[in-house]
Structures are given as C-alpha cells and as structure tokens.
Design a binder for this molecule. Structure first.
Ligand code: PLP
Length: 379
C-alpha cells in the first residue's frame, strides 16, 4: 500500500478540518451567510499579512495577483526594477514585458540574495523608476531576501515596493505595515494550508495613487472595481466560494496557534531539515536559506529528477526538483503550512532510502538522527 505525502513548496497538505469545511453544499455569495465568512477571511488575512491595507482576494493562482499588481500599478512605458535570482523573481519581468513596462533588471545569481545597496544605487541613477518588484522567499532557490531593508530604501522615495510573498506568507517574518511594504502578493496553496485557487494582493495608500492613474488594460483584475465591492464587503464577481470557506477555516487555525508560533514551528522544522542534510553530507543551495523551503545540492552522479520520481513512485513522498538550469541538480523540500516533526522525519527517511538505492554512501539514519537531535534541542 502506498500512502501519499506531499512535502513540496506548494501545494502543501490541507488539514482535514479545512477539507471538511469545504465538503458542504454550495452557498450563494450575495447572502449574509457568505458575507460573514468573507469578512472573517478579510480580517484574518490582515492578521496574517500584518496590515491595515485593503487586501484583494482574487480567484486565480498566485501568479494572478502578480499580474494584477503589475497592471494596476504601472502604465505602458513606465519603468520598474525587477530583482532577479530565481524562476519566480524572473516572472515579474516577464509580466512587465508583456504589458510594455520598461524593466531594469538587477541580476542576482541563483542561490544568492540581492544587495539592497544595489537597489538604492539603481534608484538614485534612474529617477523615473516607479516600482521595485521583489521576492521574499524565492521558492526556486530557497533563498530569503531582506525585504525590510529594501522597504526602508523605497520608503524614503516616491517609489512603491511590491513583494511576492506567495511562499513566505505564514512561514517567514513579514511586517507589511511596520516595514512599509506597499504591495504584498500571496496565494492560498502554500503557507495558508488551503487548496490552490485563491490569490491575494494588499495595497497601501501610497501604492493606491499609482492604481488610480494606471493606464494598463485590465478588467477582471481591476483593483478599482475590486475596491468598490470590497468596501461593501463583497467581491465584484462570483468568488471561489468553496475555497474561501476552506481558507476561512485555515486562517482560524493559524490564528488559534498564533502567527508567531506558526512561524516559530516552521523555523524549527527547517532547522531540523538543514541539520539532516548536513549530516548526510549534502550542501544547502541557498546562501541565506528560507525556512519555508529547503534547497539541497545533489552529489555528482545523483540525478535529482530520478530521485524525486523514485521518492514519489516508491514511497509516495512528493518533494520538488530543481527548475530551469537547476533541473536535476537540486531538490527542494517544503516545510510550509500544515507540517510537523513527523512529516519532516518521514521526508528525510524516504530521502535516505532513495539515496541509498541510488548508490550514495552514508551511515543509515544519520539524517533522521540529526533532525531528531535538532528538534529535541528546540522543544
Ligand atoms: C508558488 C509561487 C509562485 C507561483 O504561484 P502560482 O500559485 O503557481 O501561480 C510565485 N512566486 C513564488 C515565490 C511562489 O512560491
């Protein structure tokens, strides 16, 4: 019998409570019943985002909120900085180019982080820049960027900072208002323990000034239409009702555990994962590793694609491989969302078994043992 377990950096496991709350007959959205749920969702999203800004809930995957941020903030011919360094970071510049927005790329080697000073210098040299697009945890490389520092730089200027927190939200420290992050985008299927299909975008008053003058074409993702509805506690179009109901349950679970404790738990699990990899003689890929996803370099002769497929086919444990030029070279293990010690231990154990089958030499159980020691330390 094969039991399936998902340890990918999105989608992530959905708790039974969330699944059950969605297994009920569909309700109509223009009702007091749904408005109550939507209000709770909005209030609890603000709790998780740590913001008083409006948060728009869109029926799309996370990328929809990225596209929404671009078209609502910028007009064709406007200039934006797009910080590189990973597959998702590069998506910002792809979307900008699609909408004829001029991009100034700040190249970052995959696995490294951007230097805030370089952003500052670029802003000083190019006064026409309106927006800086960044990524908090770059899920393709496992790197965590110092958004707080970058927001300090944009905060002193007439420049809006946009942060992709799709994988970071609910797992990494993020102070939307206290740090002054104008626009934060996220999605339902990572730290928020819900199925894929909802995207979120918080918009500060400073960013709203750009929304008001943007000339980019937009209809479904027009924040002006969304705001009119949101001010009445509604969505402009039929929301993904069932997903909102599931998300409501998930957010209540996060609130009950408290966001601080959730983030601390993610930190413990990631520390255990990192220790295990070290004990197995595997190097971490990220220079500054995030807690929500751990990226690991593979030794010569071990093909990451084969490893990932074997873990899934033989043991039912799904992790992620490398993307783009990292395909086959790294693996990525998610620890975000509904995860505890035993999910991590199981993942490490399955990895050991497959590494062994693939001919990698190490002492059996050394990864699991190291993880347990680390977990005991932080109990
Ligand atoms: C998952 C992810 C995305 C893409 O989100 P989709 O929901 O697949 O559209 C973008 N950015 C980051 C950092 C992610 O982790």
């Amino acid at each position: 019998m094969k039991k399936n377990r998902i340890l990918t950096p999105g989608p992530t496991p959905v708790p039974q409570e969330v699944l059950l709350s969605m297994a009920k007959p569909t309700i109509h959205h223009r009702t007091a019943q749904f408005r109550k749920i939507f209000k709770e969702v909005n209030d609890n999203l603000k709790y998780v985002f740590k913001t008083q800004n409006d948060i728009f809930t869109l029926s799309s995957s996370g990328t929809g909120a990225m596209e929404a941020a671009v078209v609502n903030l910028l007009s064709p011919g406007d200039t934006a900085i797009c910080v590189g360094g990973g597959k998702f970071a590069e998506r910002w510049s792809e979307i900008c180019k699609t909408y004829s927005i001029k991009t100034i790329a700040i190249d970052v080697e995959w696995g490294n982080v951007v230097s805030p000073t370089e952003i500052e210098k670029t802003l000083d040299e190019n006064k026409q820049i309106k927006v800086v697009f960044t990524t908090l945890s770059e899920t393709s490389t496992g790197v965590l960027t110092d958004i707080k520092k970058i927001a300090q730089i944009t905060g002193k200027r007439d420049v809006v900072i946009v942060t992709d927190a799709i994988s970071a939200l609910g797992g990494e420290e993020l102070e939307t208002d206290a740090w002054g992050v104008d626009v934060v985008v996220s999605g339902s299927q990572k730290g928020l323990m819900s199925p894929p299909g909802l995207a979120f975008c918080s918009v500060s008053p400073k960013a709203w000034k750009l929304v008001a003058v943007s000339k980019s074409p937009r209809y479904y993702f027009d924040f002006r239409i969304a705001k009119k509805a949101l001010d009445k506690g509604d969505t402009a179009f039929t929301p993904a009702i069932t997903l909102c109901i599931g998300l409501n349950t998930a957010l209540k679970m996060i609130k009950e555990e408290t966001l601080e404790n959730v983030i601390q738990r993610q930190g413990r699990l990631a520390a255990a994962l990192r220790r295990a990899m070290q004990a197995l003689g595997l190097e971490l890929f990220a220079s500054i590793p995030a807690n929500v996803v751990t990226s690991v370099c593979l030794p010569k002769g071990i093909d990451g694609d084969v490893l990932v497929a074997m873990m899934q086919n033989v043991y039912g444990v799904t992790i992620a491989g490398g993307q783009a030029h990292l395909k086959g070279k790294i693996i990525r293990i998610g620890s975000m969302g509904h995860m505890n010690e035993f999910d991590i231990i199981t993942g490490i154990s399955a990895l050991e078994l497959v590494l062994c089958k693939m001919g990698y030499k190490f002492e059996h159980g050394v990864g699991v043992g190291a993880a347990q020691k680390e977990l005991l330390k932080s109990e």
